[in-house]
Design a binder for this molecule. Structure first.
Ligand code: SF4
Length: 236
């Protein structure tokens, strides 16, 4: 009986030590990751993205807390996480032909006087020239993309179920893009995110050069129209 108690006590002590060691290891590695994130944000470069991403999937909440403690703004961190996802998905995205890709644009990009009607596949742009979508969408369609102007994320799921794109580009505010990328990672859909240049619910803006930088990934440059400066084509 004495020996059994002794063995039991030793096992409990060992378990406690292992738990403490694992907890300390996770805290230490989270601090290292947070420093790595901070350095990446400040320098504009991505350090060890292949290491950061899986770790962040497991420990995102904790790393976020440490990032806050070391002075990284939540918005900066979100932008970083989106950049990280984009970097990790770029190779797979490039390998998928444009006719198997889809672009989802938020309806807030259109003009407040937009005459487009809502259809089961989102808003149908009539190219009235009141906003930049009228010039941008045909350029993307010319490359082979399916393009949707959507009033909410439920449309993404519906259109993905209907058209089965192998890759998508989601445009939206920071939080929308972050959540969209997470959803795509969960369902195994290759996704790239582009954050709008101006937030809000009405007449937001996207940097079309940023968007076309993503749209044209993996496409033969000979097939890409000249500089896609859609704002130059906009009628007011
Ligand atoms: S160009 Fe803009 S405002 Fe005009 S129909 Fe298309 S989305 Fe609406």
């Amino acid at each position: 009986m004495f020996f059994e108690d002794e063995i039991w006590n030793r096992m409990m002590i060992l378990l406690g030590e292992v738990t403490l060691f694992v907890a300390l290891f996770l805290i230490l590695i989270s601090i290292v990751m947070a420093i790595l994130i901070g350095t990446s944000i400040r320098s504009g470069r991505l350090f060890f993205p292949a290491l950061l991403r899986p770790f962040l999937v497991l420990m995102e909440g904790f790393v976020k807390s440490i990032c806050t403690l070391i002075g990284i703004e939540p918005g900066e961190l979100l932008r970083f996480l989106i950049r990280l996802d984009n970097r990790m998905n770029t190779q797979s995205f490039a390998a998928i032909p444009p006719n198997e890709r889809a672009v989802f644009l938020p309806q807030c990009l259109r003009s407040a006087q937009c005459p487009a009607h809502l259809t089961p596949e989102g808003l149908r742009c009539v190219g009235c020239g009141r906003c930049e979508l009228g010039a941008g969408i045909p350029r993307m369609k010319a490359l082979g993309y399916h393009v949707f102007i959507i009033p909410g994320s439920t449309f993404i799921k519906r259109m993905v179920q209907k058209y089965h794109p192998k890759a998508i580009i989601g445009v939206g505010c920071l939080m929308e893009v972050k959540e969209g990328l997470e959803m795509c990672n969960r369902i195994g859909l290759v996704a790239m995110g582009v954050v709008t240049a101006k937030d809000g619910c009405v007449e937001t803006l996207v940097d079309w050069h940023d968007l076309f930088d993503v749209v044209t990934i993996g496409i033969d440059p000979a097939l890409i129209p000249d500089n896609p400066d859609v704002s130059a084509n906009q009628c007011s």
